[in-house]
Design a binder for this molecule. Structure first.
Ligand code: NAD
Ligand code: 6OD
Length: 492
């Protein structure tokens, strides 16, 4: 297949060693909007994965490995330019695979895809290195300085919820410090990654520096990458259970691992909060992307004096959400990613009932009377009255779902937020500045927002504690993971 084969040709191809490769089996990518076929995708088998690893290794020994910081940085800016030039193609690809709204793809997913390349291209070029002037016991002097080398060949395994955003969040820093990468997008969202391969090709990325393999997890491309003896690091975003499987597979070669995993995030709404802002912000944090953002709130704790009013107001917001075709300009929420995921989320809605909860709103699937009835849609759902130990309050649902419970004291609110196996994000709503700082600092999570949600500065540490991940990404934290420092000690 010629290198310029478009992403939406008959079958989305793998991209290996600077050329598109459509050998092997194919699988079907279905639209969650109406169940129709979006495209067919070439599944990378062991031979394709091996070729990708060999191409990456060769790139490190060749033009890519020899490239200087400034040239690499300029190339990554060209990739960002390429994403922006084909902005509408990326938006369409993301909407077709996920059913997310045009508005969200245009304002969050695709701009962040380009921004990830620009930010890390600049940070890597401007990076300082450590240097110590050392006095030794005999009174002589030594100079210690560190140089940062790429880790080598890095596998990037990405999820389906923010496909381009989360893939490039890892690809960009890995490439910026000179690694050769093999990207594996989710089997549910192969299209924007294939467009990215075209953009990489057009930008003049040296063959093998960026490779793309399509496929599934177990017994497929994901596992082949995690086990591959010639891959130095795996950086993964997805379910906590998958993180454990990758950890086991990568153990034999003691690969470096960076994991961004699941969440069961709490929002604490104090009676002194700006009520309307807290309702609006909580609605956003529960229902954005159909609740399919790892940072979404699934546990809302509200101080008792405003509990009933808050539940009623959030119910009103949930019922006002426009659930519609992704390309309609007013759509707030599209379908879930797949029929399989819809069944999982609907099973939690049912479980909420059997666990003794009260369904405040939603609790099922909408009926449209058109092609969407063959899609993967669910209703935004709010539940009250569940026990803190119930499965709906402890397990990640990853849908437009939250449980709301009352609390009385600040101490109790903090304890409730922290009573989770996960620790990714938290949100505090209060107009008391001291309380905002005090509570945020005591929440066991990688990020805590006060009076906002999903406000991002790409230089800050991002990641989770407990089941929510290993390590931090963002700014220098990403560069630190993707590079290996060597200390050089010179006796003066
Ligand atoms: P997933 O774990 O099912 O899949 C993610 C990726 O891993 C896919 O590319 C998949 O093919 C691959 N994979 C699956 N099994 C594998 C295996 N055994 N070996 C190697 N690769 C394998 O996750 P998902 O359903 O795509 O995404 C949703 C989950 O991701 C949620 O739990 C969500 O919280 C989490 N997530 C976390 C973050 C974060 O930053 N912490 C961000 C986004 C999503
Ligand atoms: O914004 C980011 O950088 C990021 N990693 C978001 C993760 C979202 C999870 O679904």
């Amino acid at each position: 297949m010629p290198a310029s084969t478009p992403a939406h040709s008959e079958c989305l191809a793998n991209y290996v060693g600077g050329a598109f490769d459509s050998s092997g089996n194919t699988f079907t990518n279905l639209s969650p909007v109406d169940g129709s076929v979006v495209n067919r995708v070439c599944e990378a088998d062991a031979a394709v994965v091996n070729r990708a690893v060999a191409a990456a290794r060769a790139a490190l020994a060749g033009d890519w490995g020899a490239m200087g910081d400034n040239e690499r940085s300029a190339l990554l800016h060209k990739v960002a330019d390429g994403i922006e030039r084909r902005f509408d193609d990326f938006v369409q690809a993301e909407m077709a695979d996920t059913g997310k709204s045009l508005w969200q793809a245009r304002t969050i997913d695709i701009p962040r895809g380009a921004a990830n390349f620009r930010v890390f291209a600049d940070l890597a070029r401007q990076r300082a290195s450590e240097c110590f002037h050392t006095t030794t016991a005999d009174g002589r002097q030594a100079l210690n300085y560190a140089i940062n080398k790429p880790l080598g060949v890095v596998a990037v395994i990405a999820p389906w919820n923010l496909p381009l955003l989360l893939l490039t969040w890892k690809l960009a820093p890995a490439l910026a410090v000179g690694n050769a990468v093999i990207a594996k997008p989710s089997e549910d969202t192969p299209s924007s990654a294939t467009l990215l391969a075209e953009v990489m090709h057009e930008a003049g990325m040296p063959p093998g520096a960026f490779n793309l393999v399509h496929g599934f997890g177990p017994d497929s491309a994901g596992e082949l990458l995690s086990r591959h003896p010639d891959i130095d690091a795996v950086t993964f975003t997805g379910e906590s259970r998958t993180g454990s499987a990758i950890m086991r597979a990568a153990a034999d070669n003691v690969k470096a691992l960076s994991f961004e995993l699941g969440g069961k995030n709490a929002a604490l709404v104090f009676e002194d909060a700006d009520f309307d802002a807290a309702v609006e912000g909580t609605a956003k944090s529960v229902f954005t992307n159909g609740g399919q953002v790892c940072l979404c709130t699934e546990r809302v704790y509200v101080q008792r004096p405003i509990f009933d009013r808050f539940v009623a107001a959030l119910k009103g917001r949930a019922e006002a959400l426009r659930i519609d075709w992704p390309d309609s300009p007013d759509t707030d929420m599209g379908p879930l990613i797949s029929h399989e995921h819809r069944d999982k989320v609907l099973a939690y809605y049912q479980l909420a009932r059997t666990e003794g909860g009260t369904i405040v709103t939603g609790g099922g699937a909408p009926h449209f009377g058109d092609a969407r009835d063959s899609g993967a849609w669910v209703q935004p759902t709010i539940v009250t009255g569940l026990a803190e130990q119930s499965r709906c309050v402890t397990e990640e649902v990853f849908g437009p779902f939250c449980h709301i419970a009352p609390f009385d004291t600040e101490e109790e609110a903090i304890a409730l937020a922290n009573a989770s196996d996960y620790g990714l994000a938290g949100t505090v709503w209060t107009t008391n500045l001291q309380r905002g700082h005090r509570v945020a600092q005591r929440i066991h999570a990688g990020i805590v927002w006060v009076n906002t949600w999903y406000l991002r500065d790409l230089r800050t540490p991002f990641g989770g504690v407990k089941l929510s991940g290993i390590g931090r990404e963002g700014g220098q934290h990403s560069l630190n993971f993707y590079a290996e420092p060597t200390n050089i000690c010179i006796q003066l």
